[in-house]
Write a protein that binds this ligand. Structure first.
Ligand code: ARG
Ligand code: ZN
Length: 472
């Protein structure tokens, strides 16, 4: 929907304006992008973040957010300056304790120039003090900070962080998090991981959330509003924390009837994907009007719209499947989105079979037959769909068809070994579509280049029987 590329050069020109100190002759500015082919300015070059500590305060009445981000990182090159991706108003930046110069550039870059250049391979602590009204900020003409009647929500893909914390905004740089947010008494702050503590004083309550496993920036979420929070533990021992807006109206029952099955579904998915990778699971349903759900790590974002048509365990399965396929193993570049969406869709097909509502075979045949050869559906290549088609239905449905074709080609034993082995192979890391093909080839002992090319990369409908899946 809102995919776009900005004119190359816009940022280059801005960074040329920064004088490089003489003492830093051998040091150079970190790149304004991490090198993603779809989004040249997303993420940054020259450093790797290990931990974000966000200590914030939010006033729902005015949408004012303020606080401090403390970022622990390590340099990967000699740096004269480096970028963070951020949109709010910065009042001070410190690098290793000393005040640093800073400037904005491009659509969402904060350029930080430390007093002393940074040598490659050293630990760096960056403190950013900031404030602002996130809903008043936009980049490329859009905002992904979603206001609600009682607060706001940060949950979007691939952009969400710019509106609330400075970061190296790309899934390739995962980090752990402490997210601490004070809100007026009676309002709750929901984020990822485990609620370590909550403390009330002077009319404000501070919620301290911790994510102790690596997490991508776009999977880091924040919801502020009036929530009812439920807790439990799955049979498999996974603690579950869910939150429901107090204003879900007619959708309240269906939302709870779906999301309260999180523990059961996490345990069921573990049977296919291996042990649940995180220390907490759950979801939240704020009073938003957006149409999508998002696999925000350990605490899935659901729009009430997901439940307007009735209860919907299928979306819960989809988002929880992402905890392994997308969150534990994250994509390498945004072009690798099939690793996320194809498998989350296939998990919905497995659930359908489990619920007696159609087998994976029936669903694959149905999707295949639903799109005739000339259909635009087949022009989108799930293996590299383009930034504009990252969330096209073909990435999901044709993506799941490709997985069915793989299953038919390598047989159930190898297929389910791949499904379960992949999250272990790349636990808490990143991987590409090519990495997945190589892994499936290794486990199955079969060459799969032609099958992957046909189902994931050709802009046309595969002939029935390619990879045997639709042969009969
Ligand atoms: N990954 C999400 C899903 O579960 C899709 C999010 C689409 N993003 C958006 N901003 N609409 O399928
Ligand atoms: Zn998805």
């Amino acid at each position: 929907m809102h995919r776009r590329l900005i004119a190359p050069g816009a940022l280059v020109a801005a960074s040329l304006l920064l004088a490089i100190p003489a003492s830093a002759a051998s040091h150079s500015p970190g790149a304004p992008g991490i090198g993603d082919p779809y989004y040249p300015y997303y993420g940054n070059g020259g450093y790797d973040v290990s931990h974000y500590d966000l200590r914030l305060q939010y006033q729902p009445k005015t949408d004012e957010l303020q606080g401090t981000a403390t970022i622990l990182a390590r340099t990967t090159q000699d740096l004269s300056s480096f970028d963070l991706d951020f949109l709010l108003d910065v009042s001070e930046v410190r690098v290793n304790g000393a005040k640093a110069a800073f400037a904005t550039a491009g659509q969402h870059e904060l350029v930080v120039t430390p007093k002393t250049p940074l040598a490659k391979g050293t630990a760096v602590t960056v403190v950013v003090r900031y404030s602002g009204v996130p809903s008043a900020k936009s980049a490329y003409g859009f905002t992904t900070w979603h206001r609600t009647p009682d607060g706001a929500v940060a949950a979007d893909e691939p952009e969400a962080a710019w509106w609330w914390f400075p970061s190296n905004d790309h899934p390739r740089d995962k980090a752990t998090y402490d997210v601490s947010v004070a809100v007026p008494d009676g309002t709750q702050a929901i984020s990822n991981g485990t609620l370590q503590s909550s403390v009330s004083k002077l009319g404000w309550t501070r919620y301290n959330w911790r994510q102790n496993k690596p997490q991508a920036t776009y999977l880091t979420t924040l919801a502020l509003g009036r929530f009812d929070i439920t807790t439990g533990t799955s049979d498999g021992g996974v603690p579950v924390v869910n939150a429901y807006s107090k204003d879900l109206g007619d959708n309240d029952g269906a939302a709870r009837a779906s999301v309260e099955r999180t523990g059961e579904i996490v345990d069921w998915l573990s049977g296919y994907f291996g042990p649940y990778p995180f220390g907490s699971a759950g979801g939240y349903v704020p009073n938003t009007t957006t149409g999508y759900a998002l696999e925000t790590q350990t605490r899935v974002y659901y729009s009430p719209k997901q439940f307007a048509g009735g209860s919907n365990t299928s979306v819960v399965v989809h988002e929880l499947a992402h905890q392994w396929y997308g969150d534990d193993v994250s994509l390498e570049d945004w072009k690798d989105i099939w690793i996320n969406e194809g498998f989350a869709r296939y998990a919905q097909w497995l659930w359908s079979e489990h619920e007696g509502e159609g087998t994976t075979r029936e669903l694959a045949d149905y999707v295949y037959a639903s799109h005739p050869a000339g259909d635009a559906f087949w022009t989108v290549a799930p293996g590299d769909p383009g930034a504009d088609n990252q969330f096209d239905i073909a990435v999901y449905d044709r993506g799941a068809l490709a997985i069915q074709a793989l299953r038919d080609e390598i047989g159930d034993d190898a297929f389910f070994a791949v499904l379960k082995g992949w999250p272990k192979e790349h636990a808490y890391g990143n991987a590409s579509v090519a990495d997945f093909r190589k892994y499936a080839e290794r486990v199955s002992g079969k060459p799969l280049a032609a099958l992957f090319d046909t189902w994931l990369f050709q802009p046309s409908k595969p002939a029935a029987g390619t990879g045997r899946s639709l042969a009969r």
